[in-house]
Design a protein around this ligand. Structure first.
Ligand code: PGA
Length: 241
């Protein structure tokens, strides 16, 4: 595991974008696993800048996202579909036909989970998976629990996650209670993993994940078993390390 300490949010974003850009340059047909949330927006801004400068080309890139809220359509402003278009896809030369997300409107959970697992498999697996980390140690929406969820699943969001994510909605009542999420096995099958974290609110989760016991109650702790993980986090997020 490689840990890069960043000075601040901009530095974290730039360092992470360097790694993603290198992946795209080394493998123009790469499959990128992408994440949403407050942490990666700066990374996406940096990638757009690199695209505008002519340094990275998304034309052959495919993407799969970690998760989507159940019940939200792709044009709902709170959906992760909408987020990805707004913060990255609308601004680079990616073929949107090659960008994949769980379908939040699919009611049949078994069908949707199976469909998404099949997509990940059919595009050849993930070359580089970008991850944020929740204050409770979740990756994707793999919440702390009794077991590591393997494949794509429909998850009941933890109360803490709903509270934290309420900042993106007009009230906590509007936060969906369920989401489709790529499972730990999907994430662990990626060739490389890039975990980004920012701010003191992530310090405990980051420390426990990187150095604590590998337990499903700290979902990100499973990353200790992956052989190619790079962590880019600012000084505050790394303050306990
Ligand atoms: P955040 O979310 O980037 O909004 O902090 C990260 C996560 O919950 O995985």
């Amino acid at each position: 595991m490689i840990i890069h300490k960043a000075k601040d949010y901009e530095d974290m974003s730039r360092k992470a974008a360097n790694i993603i850009s290198a992946q795209i340059i080394m493998k123009p047909k790469a499959v990128l696993g992408l994440a949403t949330g407050a942490t990666p927006t700066g990374v996406y801004r940096q990638l757009i800048e690199r695209y505008q400068k002519g340094d990275v080309d998304f034309s052959q890139i495919a993407t799969v996202n970690l998760d989507e809220y159940k019940g939200l359509s792709s044009n709902n402003k709170q959906s992760y579909h909408y987020f990805m278009n707004r913060y990255l896809f609308d601004h680079v030369n990616i073929n949107k036909g090659n960008t994949y997300m769980p379908n939040g409107l699919e009611e049949d959970e078994a069908f949707e989970c199976n469909r998404y697992n099949e997509i990940i498999h059919s595009i050849g697996g993930i070359d580089l998976q970008l991850l944020g980390i929740g204050e409770n140690g979740h990756i994707g929406f793999n919440e702390p629990g009794e077991v590591f969820e393997k494949g794509t699943h429909c998850v009941a969001l933890a109360e803490h996650t709903i509270k934290v994510n309420a900042k993106f909605f007009s009230s906590v009542k509007e936060v969906p209670t369920h989401a489709y999420s790529m499972g730990i096995k999907n994430i662990m099958s990626a060739n490389k993993i890039l975990l980004i974290a920012f701010g003191v609110s992530k310090a405990k989760a980051l420390y426990d994940s990187l150095f604590g016991p590998i337990v499903p109650n700290a979902p990100a702790s499973i990353l200790q078993l992956h052989n190619d993980v790079t962590v880019v986090a600012d000084e505050e997020a790394l303050s306990l390390v």
